[in-house]
Design a protein around this ligand. Structure first.
Ligand code: NAP
Length: 367
């Protein structure tokens, strides 16, 4: 690996602004340490949300920079083990997990098993376990090199789509016969719509004017409406709001329009907001309840059902990946952006909310 290693740092006060800086990660390893060399990762609005909640949820602490003004925006991707002083973790092994946008990441390996390991670095303890785990691809029977881009893009999002639908289904959809999904063009949203395909609920998309044609083209929703059409949606059907937008005005309008028909408000994302919902005195109907996939996985772990969950999830996830990138009718086209300068442009567009949902952006670091 070249000595000229770099990282892309994000200005915490303006997430669209980044700077390429030297990567100070040491290459001399202590006992138990592993050096990971990232080369491929996804960039979606989810990464911007990590940064937006960097202080509130602790994502800025995961990859410290030593500079309080700048943070490392976390991404999901693939790396090779470049050096290792941990038994069982061999140089050259392919790994999937949570990374800073940097050439390298040094981890203190713990909980090493055939399937993967965790980073024991104390500054990572503030976030749920899922963010600190690294999967060894060789042990993942659903891993396929050719699907790495799709996996980097969708794995962290589809787990949310999937667990959210599991949660709602287990609750009998709170009596709803219709699910209205905001930011329907987001990957997390249409992943949920795909999971709901065989459920006896109508799945209705809400999206912006710019993204409407894309959402209609997916064919994943029973109906597609613009944000300006909320008040013309039929009432009289028990309805559940699956909120990916997190927009307070839109939420107020959805609640006011559906009134008593609104059975549950499941808050999953905040593509259009960067602050938590606090009690909204103007909100009628059920209070939004935040859904966090990581908590759901922790609960599976505590109940001893994590293994069974992953068996089912990974098989279904692969079917979803294959659908999304099906060469005959792909839902998105995957575009690779090489090098930190090009990657910085993608981050800026995501932060500005001007990305094309038809493009799945992959950052590539060549070495
Ligand atoms: N709770 C959890 O456990 C969890 C886990 C994963 C993801 N999430 C959240 O789910 C959300 C979706 O993430 P994703 O990666 O799936 O998104 P994505 O695929 O990048 O989709 C982005 C979409 O969000 C809307 N949008 C984005 N930025 C905007 C802006 N500045 N102004 C207005 N609209 C904007 C647009 O959709 P429309 O035009 O259709 O609105 C856009 O097409 C994120 O907030 C993410 O953090 C939550």
């Amino acid at each position: 690996m070249s000595d000229a290693r770099h990282r892309l740092m994000t200005l915490k006060s303006s997430l669209r602004e980044t700077r390429v800086a030297p990567d100070p990660t040491p290459s001399d390893l202590a006992e138990g340490e592993v050096l990971l060399a990232l080369d491929r990762f996804s960039l979606t609005t989810n990464n911007i949300t990590y940064a937006a909640y960097g202080d509130a949820i602790g994502y800025w602490t995961v990859f410290p920079t030593g500079d309080p003004a700048y943070g490392m925006m976390p991404v999901w991707g693939f790396a090779d083990i470049a050096a290792s002083r941990a038994e069982g973790l061999e140089v050259g092994a392919r790994v999937f997990g949570y990374f800073p946008m940097a050439d390298t990441l040094l981890v203190q390996a713990e909980k090493i098993s055939r399937g993967g390991f965790a980073d024991a670095s104390p500054w990572r303890k503030k976030v749920p376990d899922i963010y600190n785990r690294y999967v060894l691809c060789a042990a993942d029977r659903n891993y396929e090199k050719a699907l790495e881009n799709a996996e980097a893009l969708f794995r962290p999002l589809f787990v949310t789509s999937y667990t959210a639908v599991d949660f709602l289904r287990d609750a009998g959809f709170f009596g709803a016969k219709r699910i209205v999904i905001s930011s329907a063009s987001s990957k997390t949203a249409y992943g949920s719509a795909w999971c709901l395909e065989n459920d006896e609920v109508e799945v209705v998309a809400l999206t912006g004017t710019r993204n409407r044609a894309f959402v209609e083209g997916l064919g994943a929703y029973d109906a597609v409406h613009g944000y300006d059409e909320v008040e013309s949606l039929p009432t009289g059907v028990p309805t559940l709001y699956l909120d990916l937008a997190g927009d307070a005005d839109l939420r107020r309008r959805v609640h006011a329009h559906f009134g008593d028909d609104l059975k549950y408000d499941c808050l999953v994302g905040s593509t259009q907001s960067d602050s938590f919902t606090s009690g909204d005195p103007e909100l009628v109907g059920p209070k939004p309840v935040f859904f966090f996939a990581a908590t759901c996985l922790d609960q599976h772990r505590e109940r001893g059902t994590l293994h069974d969950f992953y068996d089912r999830f990974l098989a279904d996830q692969k079917t979803f990946f294959e659908r999304v990138v099906d060469p005959a009718s792909p839902w998105i086209r995957i575009v690779e952006h090489r090098g930190f300068e090009a990657i910085a442009d993608v981050v800026r567009d995501l932060a500005d909310g001007v990305s094309d949902p038809a493009e799945g952006a992959i950052g590539v670091i060549d070495r």
